[in-house]
Ligand binder design. Structure first.
Ligand code: UDP
Ligand code: MG
Length: 259
């Protein structure tokens, strides 16, 4: 199945502005992350202080039932902003909410478990300097360094989902699902306005829209260390992700991603 991007691309002015790389908003979606969040915040704060003139870390509390919010609030003086969803809406919704609040020219979203270590951001900034608009972490490239493998079911999903993504939605990415993606903020805000998926399939939709907008996207190999405590439900989320791939095609035909 060949996907046509040209009709839309022609109508979109590609606003490839160069942005300063010394200020960043880091969005961290967080659902019941009391066990993993604090360690992550400490590392991200330390990294951002060293690397950037200004930074903010936006923790989007996805209606957690544990101490996630108070942990994030405890780091307010260190540049952590807390935003709260009224109900548990999903990772996709939370990332979108965080991006809409971002105030600096670059926005990274990262999972609370920091399975992709924050130091990988240094490489990503170089790609932005080289003129890329979006840089996404990949665990499925030759140079990727996956240190601890996921449990069996996730490995299975990790092998089959990318194939389906390639066939149905995006032929040219090896790994759309890694929770560590850097965007130019102005572009990210335009993209998430068109985003309709709220749970784990949203990455595919973001990349699909970004591509339609003519963004220059770099898939970059990263080190990745599996962390315990995944919120992905084997059956429910696998079903939703497959359903959403089909929905993406339908949305596209219906002009939902018309930019
Ligand atoms: N997450 C969220 N809302 C949810 C489920 C997950 O904001 O309903 C967040 C979660 O707190 C984490 C990120 O999404 O920061 C990725 O989740 P997880 O680590 O469970 O995914 P995995 O690493 O297993 O793909
Ligand atoms: Mg994880």
């Amino acid at each position: 199945m060949k996907i046509k991007f040209s009709r839309v691309m022609a109508s979109v002015p590609i606003n490839r502005i160069s942005v300063p790389i010394d200020r960043i908003s880091v969005v961290i979606p967080a659902y019941n992350e009391e066990k993993r969040l604090e360690k992550t915040l400490v590392k991200v704060i330390r990294f951002c202080k060293r690397k950037f003139k200004n930074y903010e870390i936006i923790v989007v509390n996805d209606c957690s039932k544990d101490k996630t919010a108070s942990i994030a609030f405890g780091y307010k003086k260190e540049g952590v902003r807390l935003i709260s969803n009224k109900a548990n809406k999903g990772k996709g919704y939370s990332v979108k909410n965080g991006i809409m609040h971002a105030k600096y020219p670059l926005v990274l979203f990262s999972d609370s478990d920091l399975a992709t270590p924050i130091d990988e951001l240094t490489k990503f900034l170089d790609y932005i300097k080289q003129g890329f608009d979006v840089v996404i972490a990949s665990r499925r490239m030759k140079q990727s360094n996956v240190k601890t493998k996921q449990p069996f079911f996730r490995q299975l999903l990790g092998k089959t989902f990318p194939l389906l993504v390639n066939i149905i939605a995006l032929p040219d990415f090896k790994d759309t699902q890694c929770g560590f993606k850097l965007f130019k903020t102005s572009l990210a805000k335009k993209i998430v306005k068109l985003q309709t998926f709220e749970r784990f399939s949203f990455d595919v939709e973001l990349l699909f829209i970004a591509k339609k907008m003519g963004a220059k996207i770099k898939e970059a190999p990263v080190t990745w260390i599996d962390q315990e405590g995944s919120k992905v439900h084997p059956i429910k989320d696998s079903y939703r992700m497959l359903r959403d791939l089909v929905m993406l095609r339908i949305n596209n035909i219906n002009g939902k991603y018309y930019v």
